[in-house]
Ligand binder design. Structure first.
Ligand code: SAM
Ligand code: DTB
Ligand code: SF4
Length: 371
């Protein structure tokens, strides 16, 4: 299986076409491209859809910390491991608003709130809805990650004005059970489907550097790219190794393999924001710049991710200045998203834009190939 290494060999319609039928062999062939060809191709795709000098900035806040009943081996907040983390109950509305205002002042366009829950309880849910309404009223985009949702909860969040729901697939279906035993990969897909049905934008990605194989990284990206609609936001997290978690001593992922993962995500999901997510604190400026070159165009910015530190804000601003990068404003981001939405609608209606036949014949996997 080979994949054209030159974007010049693809016409622009071919490059723009959104595909949902990627085979694992095709994705592996992208990963296996010479590094320069892969990054060049990813950057070319990126430039078709985005301003390469703009990066979307989100700020995260943990609104309920620790004592989570799930056993995710990477997570400092799981109640199954002793990481010395200070637990916190669901934060009061005013405290959350204070942090959201600060994030807005510092230039973040989206405020993301995370809770260490398996799923939100009926008792907490009205408070959660009120948080969404009030943060939204500050003029920021809102995102939440609260664990599994039933359809009513998902609909209520959408109704309250939640823009994005984050729910990561984390890794390949095959590796999933080695990392989490308290839920299934299918549970995650089910919640994502409910979120889509409610009309919210989807933020879904994964974590690399957990000791998974290269094939698992292919499998994760295949799952994301072959969803009926690509997630609007795709966070690629590098594992933050936290003492006390079962993955604290796992071997480091080779840094270029991380950049390749970003590049392949960009090529598979050309119109999605690909987020250089957790792990930036352990990356130098050059590594982060390579990730932007490979098509990452979103970061978490602020003091902390959920419980672990981010690079100093001043360091991020200094890097942006050195690279000539600008924080995307909400207006620019929204008009981009609206035009993408219109493009997607057109694509759905206009058969000329998509020919699965052409693709299956051109990139057909050999019989017996894993798909
Ligand atoms: N409990 C909810 C859930 O798991 O869906 C929401 C919060 S959870 C902390 C959000 C995401 O953070 C996880 O899906 C995982 O991808 C990411 N994450 C957690 N711990 C991490 C770590 N140590 N390194 C990198 N990413 C991590
Ligand atoms: C995502 O994909 N990564 C963020 C956010 N979505 C919720 C969380 C990263 C957490 C890293 C470990 C911590 O700070 O607790
Ligand atoms: Fe809980 Fe989410 Fe952490 Fe898993 S990742 S232990 S569900 S907070």
């Amino acid at each position: 299986m080979s994949v054209d290494s030159s974007p010049a060999l693809m016409d622009s319609q071919q490059q723009s076409r959104l595909r949902h039928d990627w085979s694992r062999l095709e994705i592996k062939a992208l990963f296996d491209l010479p590094f320069m060809d892969l990054v060049f191709r990813a950057q070319s795709v990126h430039r078709e859809h985005f301003d390469p000098n703009q990066v979307q900035m989100s700020t995260l806040l943990s609104i309920k910390t620790g004592a989570c009943p799930e056993d995710c081996k990477y997570c400092p907040q799981s109640g199954h491991y002793n990481t010395g983390l200070e637990k916190e109950k669901l934060l009061a509305l005013e405290k959350i608003l204070e942090q959201a205002r600060l994030a807005r002042t510092n230039g973040a366009s989206r405020f993301c709130m995370g809770a260490a829950w398996k799923n939100p309880s009926a008792k907490d849910f009205p408070h959660v809805l009120e948080i969404v309404r009030q943060v939204r009223a500050l003029g920021m985009e809102t995102c939440m990650t609260l664990g599994a949702l039933d359809q009513d909860q998902s609909d209520a969040l959408a109704e309250a004005g939640l823009d994005y729901y984050n729910h990561n697939l984390d890794t390949s279906p095959e590796f999933y059970n080695s990392i989490i035993t308290t839920r299934t990969f299918q549970d995650r897909l089910d919640t994502l489907e409910r979120v889509r049905r409610s009309g919210m934008k989807v933020c879904a990605g994964g974590i690399v550097g957990m000791g998974e194989s290269a094939a698992d990284r292919v499998g994760l990206l295949q799952q994301l790219a072959n969803m009926p609609s690509h997630p609007e936001s795709v966070p690629i997290n590098m594992l933050v190794k936290v003492k006390g978690t079962p993955l604290e001593n796992v071997e480091d992922l080779e840094p270029f393999e991380f950049v390749r993962t970003i590049a392949v995500a960009r090529i598979l999901m050309p119109q999605s924001y690909v987020r250089l997510s957790a792990g930036r604190q352990s990356m130098n400026e050059q590594m982060q710049a390579l990730c932007f070159l490979a098509g990452a165009n979103s970061i978490f910015y602020g003091e902390k991710l959920l419980t672990t530190p981010l690079p100093e804000e001043s360091a991020d601003l200094a890097l942006f200045a050195k690279l000539g990068l600008k924080a995307e404003t909400l207006d620019a981001g929204n008009s981009k998203q609206e035009s993408l939405h219109a493009e997607r609608e057109l694509e759905n209606r206009e058969p000329l834009f998509y020919s699965a036949d052409q693709y299956t014949s051109r990139h057909a996997a050999p019989s017996g190939a894993v798909n």
